[in-house]
Write a protein that binds this ligand. Structure first.
Ligand SMILES: Cc1cc2nc3c(=O)[nH]c(=O)nc-3n(C[C@H](O)[C@H](O)[C@H](O)COP(=O)(O)O)c2cc1C
Length: 178
C-alpha cells in the first residue's frame, strides 16, 4: 500500500499542541537538530524578503548559565540544551514582525523534533549583547531556550474560543452564528 503523508495535518497538529516549555530534561540535543532549528528560522518570510535577522546559537553550558542569570523572566535558560538569541535590525520597519515569524518557525520545527521552547523577553539586553559581541545597532528581540521537555506535555492550551474572537464578513456577526 502506498503510504500517503498528509503534511497539512502534521503542521496543524504541531500548531494545536505546542505549548511553552520552561523545564528541560537535560537530555543532549545533537548539533544537527540545533542547526535545523536555525534553518527553520532562516526559511521564514519577511517584508520585501529583507530577512533583517541574525541568530546566535548558544550551546555552551557556562554561557547558558550566565545568560540565565541575566534573564529576569527566563532563568530557566540555564537549564536548556541550547538557546537562540534573535537579533533584528531596527532600521527595518518590520523588524519585530519579521523576527517573530522566524521565531515561530523555529519553535514549531523544534516541537516537531520533540523539543520544547519558550519566548523570553525579560533580558538585560545590553549585558547579554556585550557578552555575545553583538553589533550595537542590532536589537535583541528575544532569547529562545530549547530542550527536551522534562515531563510529558499534553499540549492543553488556554485560548479564547473562536466564537469570541472571530467574525464572519462583519463584526456584527460572530463566526458561530450561522
Ligand atoms: C512577546 C512574548 C513575550 C513573552 N515573554 C515571556 C517571558 O519573558 N518569560 C516567560 O516565561 N514567558 C514569556 N512568554 C510566554 C507567554 O507567557 C506564553 O506564550 C503564553 O502564556 C502562552 O503559553 P502557552 O502556549 O503555553 O499556552 C512570552 C510570550 C510572548 C509572545
Amino acid at each position: 500500500m502506498l503510504l500517503m503523508h498528509n503534511f497539512d495535518m502534521e503542521t496543524f497538529k504541531a500548531i494545536l499542541t505546542r505549548i511553552e516549555v520552561r523545564e528541560f530534561s537535560g537530555e543532549p540535543v545533537p548539533l544537527e537538530q540545533q542547526v535545523k532549528v536555525l534553518e527553520a528560522g532562516r526559511a521564514a518570510a519577511s517584508a520585501y524578503n529583507r530577512q533583517p535577522w541574525n541568530f546566535v546559537l548558544i550551546n555552551d553550558k557556562k554561557l547558558l548559565n550566565r545568560i540565565g542569570e541575566l534573564a529576569t523572566t527566563g532563568p530557566y535558560i540555564a537549564n536548556s540544551q541550547f538557546a537562540v538569541a534573535v537579533y533584528v535590525d531596527p532600521k527595518n520597519t518590520f523588524h519585530v514582525v519579521d523576527g517573530t515569524r522566524a521565531v515561530q518557525n523555529m519553535m514549531l520545527a523544534a516541537w516537531d523534533m520533540g523539543l520544547g521552547s519558550c519566548w523570553v523577553n525579560g533580558i538585560e539586553r545590553e549585558k547579554v549583547s556585550q557578552i555575545l559581541g553583538a553589533p550595537p545597532e542590532m536589537y535583541l528581540l528575544t532569547i529562545i531556550p530549547f530542550g527536551k521537555p522534562s515531563k510529558k506535555y499534553k499540549g492543553k492550551k488556554s485560548r479564547k474560543p473562536l466564537s469570541e474572537i472571530a467574525f464572519l464578513n462583519s463584526y456584527e456577526r460572530h463566526l458561530t452564528e450561522q
